[in-house]
Write a protein that binds this ligand. Structure first.
Ligand code: ADP
Length: 257
């Protein structure tokens, strides 16, 4: 295995990730787990576990990102998610574009310049309806696994319109749709349409310069990807590990010192 030269930790609101890169910036190992309340201890344990996986006695330089980055005491550098996702996706794909990162609790649209640095961004961290939380919440209400939502949305024969702009009201709408005997998959499809509408409006705020790139955990949802392509008329590109892009970008920045 290539020798690990730096670690990146992304202490997110929903998942905590750690990535190791070699001296050339290639991703060599990673770990991801659901975020727990004691983030400081969790990040330390995650760094220790990755060291164990790689047979290291001590961690190489570490940079941290994510909402809990200040709690990562192993980090010698702390960098915003905007910079890290931009850097990670730029390196993974080899070009810039408009990157949309949809995480558990927020979503960002970032225009990446020709050197991999963000040149403009827009962010939603106020309203759950444009984030992964919206999908998680409604998946739990519908008794469907989050990982199955996208495929079910795409397989739906019809689509129920969800008009509420708020997670709480959308949930009431879902309950009355279920009460009226609406098809579950059609409801799921409507939920995706609603989320994608919000995301695309945010992305348009930074100019939607092609290509369109997706990162964050919600990039793993094929329904969101397909509906974003429909809504924008643009192809959506994905890095190989979309959910790890923040941690990967942090590791690349740790490598630079
Ligand atoms: P954060 O970095 O903000 O903690 P992530 O980028 O890890 O969050 O994204 C978490 C979100 O990703 C979840 O809310 C969920 O909607 C989505 N997600 C996670 N795994 C999957 C999966 N396998 N398929 C579809 N969506 C997923």
């Amino acid at each position: 295995m290539r020798a690990p030269a730096a670690f990146g930790v992304d202490a997110g609101s929903t998942t905590c990730k750690v990535v190791a890169v070699d001296a050339g910036g290639e991703l060599v190992a990673s770990r991801l787990e659901a975020t727990r309340p004691r983030l400081e201890e969790q990040a330390a344990a995650l760094v220790g576990a990755l060291c164990g996986d790689l047979g290291l006695d001590a961690a190489p330089p570490v940079a941290a990102t994510g909402y809990g980055r200040k709690l990562v005491r192993e980090a010698s550098r702390r960098v915003t998610e905007i910079t890290c996702h931009a850097r990670g996706a730029f390196r993974a794909l080899g070009h810039g574009g408009t990157l949309v990162d949809i995480g558990g609790q927020d979503a960002k649209a970032i225009r990446i310049g020709p050197d991999g640095r963000p040149v403009d961004f827009a962010m939603n961290d106020k309203c759950a309806a444009g984030t992964g939380r919206f999908l998680e919440h409604t998946a739990a209400r519908l008794g469907v696994a989050v990982a199955d939502l996208g495929a079910r949305a795409l397989a739906a024969a019809g689509e129920e319109a969800i008009s509420s702009t708020c997670t709480v009201f959308a949930e009431s709408e879902i309950i009355s749709l279920i009460g009226r005997g609406a098809d579950l998959d059609a409801i799921i499809r409507g939920l995706h349409r609603s989320l994608v509408g919000r995301i695309v409006a945010m992305a348009r705020a930074v100019g939607l310069a092609p290509p369109l790139i997706l990162s964050g955990g919600v990039a793993l949802n094929p329904g969101v990807r397909a509906m974003m392509e429909e809504a924008t008329g643009m192809r959506v590109l994905l890095p190989q590990h979309p959910q790890l892009m923040g941690a990967y970008g942090a590791a690349l920045l740790a490598l630079e010192g």
